[in-house]
Design a binder for this molecule. Structure first.
Ligand code: NAG
Ligand code: NAG
Ligand code: NAG
Ligand code: NAG
Ligand code: NAG
Ligand code: NAG
Ligand code: NAG
Length: 476
């Protein structure tokens, strides 16, 4: 498919070099010799663990060399930086496990309950920085990575100052859910560093292929979280030469490894930052009904157009509106996800206690509601048996962000599938089907959820309101 000339395959390791000279000791020389020893060590140990630096010792013998030899050594060291393909095809079948197929020679740093990440330079990288090479947007095995000491960067390197976020996304930066999942670990790392470190640039990969865009919603959320629009690196200035990064953080496991508490903190931080960015009142629903005993309840029907929209929006709207009207303090809202800006969505969610919406990426917004808010989800026929575990993502994000998922309604009726109902081929018919309704069921369900939310809000109303300002958004 790609016929461009590809000459930069991995170079073979340099042969060890013995130096015997008797001159004065230079610390510079010594450090270079150490560097070379490390490089050799790495060549002989195909896989090393970033988490636990190798504990080995060498007998320190002092080699002495003259300047000419030193330059020659440095030259060899600079040439010996070995670039490996970003996508390691040997791990295609376990692309997301352990060290994954992306930068497969490295293991992540991981403390119990915390985000899994790689950081360069670090103690575990032996002070080396991360270097990248290649612009491929179709095949990640044509893009490369390597580690190099800042004193011995490969020739013709473009050195990029500042902090770089290197993201691996197995899916797509345009989709709200998949995009957000790839960003969560960066926010967690940011929070772990007391929100003091923000990226100068982002490098986005999908299967090792470069990506230059993220969706507008995601871009705005990152803008809000990191106090600036993400600067997505295109490597235009580097030609085909290597790029080395002064500081880099690599994420390839999304929220994996993080405890529930850590996940909630990350969503709390993003919610707070998003509201601040959009000038949304922190008080949300609380203030409006200040002098009444009954709390305000926001019920939002969040509609889609096209696939997985309701077949009859009029009647679905009517059912929920009527149930809302029966509860004092309930305010009913209807919105379409397709034509709301990021801030419209942030604002809407800040006023929503009960989010009613079909399964779809727009539900990712649910973490923007106040904690403990409620979600009601709707599926077309056939998803339960055929859609796999991915259909539960909004259960997961509800749990991670401290919301309450009140289950799903699954349409028992749907388009006819010529194969048996369990046949995988039916999924292509069911996937983007539209959703009907069951008036009795919707009414009962809405009544129960409203009842629960009202009780909770009344209990919460008795307690003193806690959050009064955005200051810091939970970051010290
Ligand atoms: C560095 O770039 C120059 C000019 O493009 C080229 O002639 C030279 O071979 C390159 N050096 C290495 C080590 O790639
Ligand atoms: C973050 O702040 C806490 C408390 O002030 C402090 O103990 C910790 O060392 C800080 N962490 C970093 C990475 O600055
Ligand atoms: C929020 O308010 C600030 C200052 O009043 C303003 O500059 C900014 O444009 C507002 N942002 C939004 C999204 O309305
Ligand atoms: C939706 O339902 C209402 C009430 O049952 C009915 O009057 C209307 O014709 C339906 N609309 C569509 C598009 O089916
Ligand atoms: C948003 O989109 C929906 C569905 O396409 C449409 O009915 C509605 O009028 C649109 N609203 C605005 C403000 O454009
Ligand atoms: C959410 O509900 C739990 C359990 O009822 C309660 O302990 C917690 O304080 C609530 N959180 C907020 C932010 O209201
Ligand atoms: C609608 O829901 C009710 C209550 O859950 C159930 O008893 C009834 O069978 C459903 N009707 C249809 C047509 O599925």
């Amino acid at each position: 498919m790609n016929t461009k000339s590809r000459s930069e395959t991995c170079r073979s390791p340099q042969k060890p070099l013995l130096i015997k000279h008797n001159h004065r000791f230079y610390s510079l020389k010594l450090s270079i010799i150490f560097l070379i020893t490390f490089v050799l060590f790495i060549f002989f140990h195909t896989r090393f663990n970033l988490q636990t630096p190798p504990s080995w010792q060498w007998k320190s013998s002092i080699f002495n060399t003259n300047t000419k030899d030193l330059n020659s050594l440095l030259h060899k060291l600079r040439h010996s930086v070995t670039f490996l393909p970003l996508k390691d095809l040997r791990y295609t079948n376990e692309a997301l496990q352990g060290h994954t197929w992306f930068m497969s020679y490295f293991y992540d740093t991981h403390q119990d309950g915390e985000v899994q990440y790689q950081q360069f330079p670090s103690q575990s990288s032996l002070g080396r920085v991360l270097c990248l090479k290649g612009h491929d947007t179709h095949d990640g095995s044509w893009n490369y990575y390597a580690l190099a000491w800042p004193e011995a960067l490969p020739y013709n390197t473009t050195f990029m100052k500042g902090l770089t976020f290197v993201s691996y996304n197995h899916y797509d930066y345009g989709n709200l859910w998949h995009g957000l999942s790839a960003m969560v670990p960066f926010v967690a790392w940011h929070k772990m560093n007391n929100c003091s470190l923000v990226p100068s640039r982002w490098v986005l990969y999908h299967w090792g292929e470069l990506r230059f865009k993220m969706g507008l919603w995601l871009e705005a959320l990152m803008d809000a979280t990191f106090n600036g629009l993400p600067n997505i690196e295109r490597f235009d200035d580097a030609d085909d030469g290597p790029v080395c990064l002064e500081e880099a953080v690599v994420m390839r496991h999304n929220e994996g490894g993080m405890s529930r508490e850590r996940r909630m903190e990350v969503f709390d931080l993003m919610r707070c930052k998003a509201r601040m960015y959009c000038n949304v009142s922190l008080k949300g629903n609380k203030e409006i009904n200040d002098n009444k005993v009954l709390p305000m309840i926001g019920m939002t029907l969040f509609l889609r157009t096209g696939p997985r929209s309701f077949k009859n929006e009029t009647i679905v709207t009517d059912i929920f509106q009527k149930e809302c009207a029966k509860v004092q303090g309930c305010r009913f809202m209807v919105a379409y996800s397709n034509n709301l800006t990021f801030c419209d969505q942030v604002k809407l969610m800040s006023m929503t206690d009960i989010l009613i919406s079909p399964h779809g990426a727009q539900l990712t917004n649910l973490f923007l509601m106040e904690r403990n808010s409620s979600v009601m989800e709707f599926f077309p026929k056939g998803w339960l048996k055929l859609a796999g575990v991915g259909q539960y993502v909004y259960h997961w994000i509800a749990k991670w962000s401290g919301m309450k998922h009140h289950g799903s309604w699954r349409d028992p009726n749907g388009d006819h599938c010529p194969f048996s109902e369990d046949d995988r081929r039916c999924m292509s018919i069911y996937k983007n089907a539209r959703i009907g309704h069951n008036q009795t069921h919707f009414q009962e369900w809405a009544r129960n959820v409203l009842d629960e939310v009202r009780t909770r809000k009344m209990e919460e109303g008795l307690k003193k309101s806690t959050t009064t300002s955005y200051s810091g958004c939970g970051c010290s």
